[in-house]
Design a binder for this molecule. Structure first.
Ligand code: NAP
Length: 359
């Protein structure tokens, strides 16, 4: 009889149901992980119709979720970096077009991960904290480092010493978001000065992650204030996150010296129009896909080279802070409902304990 474990399935109408899934064995280059924590992302909280628009290839029913942390229970051929029992965090790629496989979705007790998209979690970091990272990290890294986005040089393992920083600035608009928290930290790790936007409730968090200046994005004068904060510095590129971020960051890029590249993590139907309108002013707009590092050199660079070292030395913060909103798979839909209502500088996380399959 095939072994099974419990998974949270979603169907074509967006209805969730906990039920059995076949327990996988890893293929070459893969790990199988027992999930102890999963994090919830806005993309998981989309209604079924919107999901079909964002993931038209997705075969349903499937298992959603991208962020998983747990312990390794099986190691595939050719994987030398991990052993059974290791504490890890990884990017579950089940929804990506190239994968389209429920076994790789995060919302279940046993998850398949690509070893290249998995990092060790040091003992002093809780799995419920580490799990806030994967999709927000890959989205920020895609925007900053993919050659068709801002194309910045990747961070090196060692921290940039004061005085050795680049004389260039990255603008992170919407820095209080999960993606923004990672964009600030990664840009700093790559040696850039960071100017950010966030509302006053989140300004201290964003400054604590390394931003030099924080402007309230909601103010009428936000664009002028950001331009002032950038004065005397060369702009290396902009990551635009959140509703209204693209139009305003294009206005900033037009008024500053440096690279007029804007990578948008908030692509909408008007993004293509804005991209065309910005072009005559030398502003190059690109749309970020957070899963692209799963197929490029950027994902392995993050999970293999940057994250494990930075976490072990306390140089990278799993941020925004986790808020545990449930203890089992069945509590995920209520957590997604809460996410739809909006969260402020928090990542909603569900802790999992493996239930023996009742069958
Ligand atoms: N393209 C991709 O592949 C991809 C991947 C992941 C996420 N995303 C998108 O990126 C965005 C952020 O997702 P997330 O999970 O990082 O968000 P999140 O953690 O849920 O963001 C919460 C924060 O959003 C900030 N915010 C709300 N409205 C804003 C606005 N109009 N402009 C700037 N900041 C705003 C608030 O900051 P304050 O506290 O400062 O008010 C709040 O604290 C979402 O639109 C999401 O769909 C895209």
């Amino acid at each position: 009889m095939t072994a099974t474990h419990q998974a949270l399935w979603v169907d074509r109408r967006g209805t969730f149901r906990v039920g059995p899934a076949p327990t996988p064995t890893p293929r070459p280059g893969e790990l199988v992980v027992e999930a102890h924590a999963v994090a919830l992302n806005p993309v998981d909280a989309m209604p079924g119709v919107a999901r079909r628009f964002v993931y038209p290839w997705l075969r349903l029913p499937t298992v959603l979720g991208t962020d998983v942390a747990g312990t390794v229970v099986a190691v595939g051929e050719g994987v030398s970096r991990f052993r059974i029992g290791d504490r890890v965090v990884g990017f579950a790629s089940g929804q990506e077009r190239f994968r389209n496989d429920p076994a790789h979705g995060a919302f279940q007790h046993v998850v398949v991960l690509a070893a290249d998209l998995t990092a060790h979690v040091p003992d002093e970091v809780a799995l419920t904290d580490a799990v806030v990272l994967p999709l927000a990290l890959t989205t920020a890294a895609a925007g900053l480092f993919e050659p068709d986005q801002l194309g910045l040089p990747l961070p090196v393992g060692t921290p940039v010493k004061a005085g050795d920083e680049r004389d260039e600035t990255v603008l992170v608009w919407g820095a209080a978001t999960s993606v923004g928290n990672n964009a600030v930290q990664l840009a700093r790790a790559a040696g850039y000065r960071v100017v950010a936007t966030a509302s006053p409730r989140s300004a201290a968090l964003v400054l604590g992650l390394g931003a030099s200046a924080v402007v309230d994005y909601r103010g009428r004068s936000a664009v002028d204030e950001v331009v002032a904060a950038l004065e005397g510095h060369t702009l290396a590129g902009t990551v635009a996150i959140g509703a209204g971020s693209l139009s305003r960051t294009i206005r900033v890029a037009r008024r500053t010296q440096g690279t007029r590249r804007v990578a948008s993590a908030y692509p909408s139907p008007v993004t293509a129009v804005r991209r065309q309108l910005a072009r005559p002013y030398g502003v190059r707009v690109s749309a970020i896909w957070g899963g692209s590092p799963a197929r490029s050199a950027v994902g392995p660079a993050m999970f293999r080279d940057v994250l494990p070292v930075a976490l072990a030395h306390g140089r990278y913060r799993p941020s925004p802070p986790a808020e545990v909103v449930g203890e089992d798979l069945a509590s995920i839909p209520a957590g997604l409902e809460r996410l739809r209502g909006g969260v402020a500088a928090r990542k909603l996380v569900v802790r999992l304990r493996r239930d023996p399959d009742p069958r």
